[in-house]
Design a protein around this ligand. Sequence first.
Ligand SMILES: Nc1ncnc2c1ncn2[C@@H]1O[C@H](COP(=O)(O)OP(=O)(O)O)[C@@H](O)[C@H]1O
Ligand SMILES: [Mg+2]
Length: 412
Amino acid sequence: MDYEELETLFRQVETAKKEWEMTMDCMADMIILADSEANIIRCNRAVIDFADKPYKEILGEKWPQLFSDHGLQSADFQVSAQELYHGDSGRWYFLKIYALCSKEQASCTRHVVIAHDYTEIKHIAEALEQKNTELEQANAELKAAHSQLLQQEKMASIGLLAAGVAHEINNPTGFIISNLGSLGKYLERLTDFIDFQSGLIASRADEELIAQEKAERKRVKLDFIKDDVRDLIAESLEGAARVKKIVQDLKGFSRVDQADFKETDLHECLDSTLNIAWNELKYKTKVIKEYGDVSPIMCYPQQLNQVFLNLLVNAAQAIADKGVITIRTWEKDNRAWVAISDTGSGIAPEHLQKIFEPFFTTKEIGKGTGLGLSVVFDIITKTHHGEIAVESEVGKGTTFTITLPFGMTRSD
Ligand SMILES: Nc1ncnc2c1ncn2[C@@H]1O[C@H](COP(=O)(O)OP(=O)(O)O)[C@@H](O)[C@H]1O
Ligand SMILES: [Mg+2]
């Protein structure tokens, strides 16, 4: 090979080397060739820029040291693939270590270290993740809104039905009460008249007629009837009055128009709800009312009725055999407080976080929808800006405590 050929070859090698260096230098990724002791043998421009010192000074330095000195920390640089964050520049690097094995040498004594700058991808991934959580959240909100709508729809139709039934019962109850009243009065007159007749017979008739009258009186048990009929009418009147009260409560309760915002006596709400729920409560529970002095409150009474009903029904359902439901009210810190306690099964600690979620239920299908408490939560916190807390001990019972501000304004 003559000089010229050598020169050409040399130039070719030189060009190839330059090209390869340029290839390495144009990358934003840091590329390092290191020996088995992690000393830097060679590196590209990105490393020089990162270290901000001349190439010569970088050579021989240990690359983990160089990275740490310049703010790229890792708990263990031996890990062959890891994510690193550079706080100063806010950039993310993916660090990968490759063993460089030559055919001649049996062992791999050199390493190629690449710190790939993937900040943009990381940001996109983060944005995607953020979007994803937003979507999940929106989905959950939609689900909750849907379930609440369903529940409202159900309550509205039940309300409509109940209002119709209440109306139908109201009329006959009215005339039953009025007729019973008349019947009572007529009866007094009739018995007066019979007494008058008996008096006449006793004073004017002969012995035989008097005896006959006495015998007949005894046969038909007139004296007993006279007393008993009064009791019967009084009892019937009481019963009819009770029906009337229930019908009134039902009418009030089932008002489809739930937007009624007004000053309300919480105790009236509680009492009318107790009347409605009575059928669920009466067999198993003894209800103790400990009402304190609570000023009237601005609220949506129909919705609060709904809250109390859901809590009372839950309390009754938690009591297996016999138990006590205590309703306490008081006023404190310019707020009204209502606590409904039961001596029922209690709530397992791992369930406490979930009970207000829509569709969470521990009850069998048909008995529970898991919507009751989610509706309660929304009505108390969103509509009334109040709070609800729960305390429970398994086997002992549960207390739900509601706090309502007095000075609430209409929400729509
Ligand atoms: N007073 C209570 N005592 C015990 N567990 C209760 C009580 N109130 C609610 N829970 C628990 O919370 C769950 C959710 O209640 P809720 O939202 O009203 O739905 P549902 O009554 O339809 O199951 C119930 O299934 C029950 O496990
Ligand atoms: Mg319930």
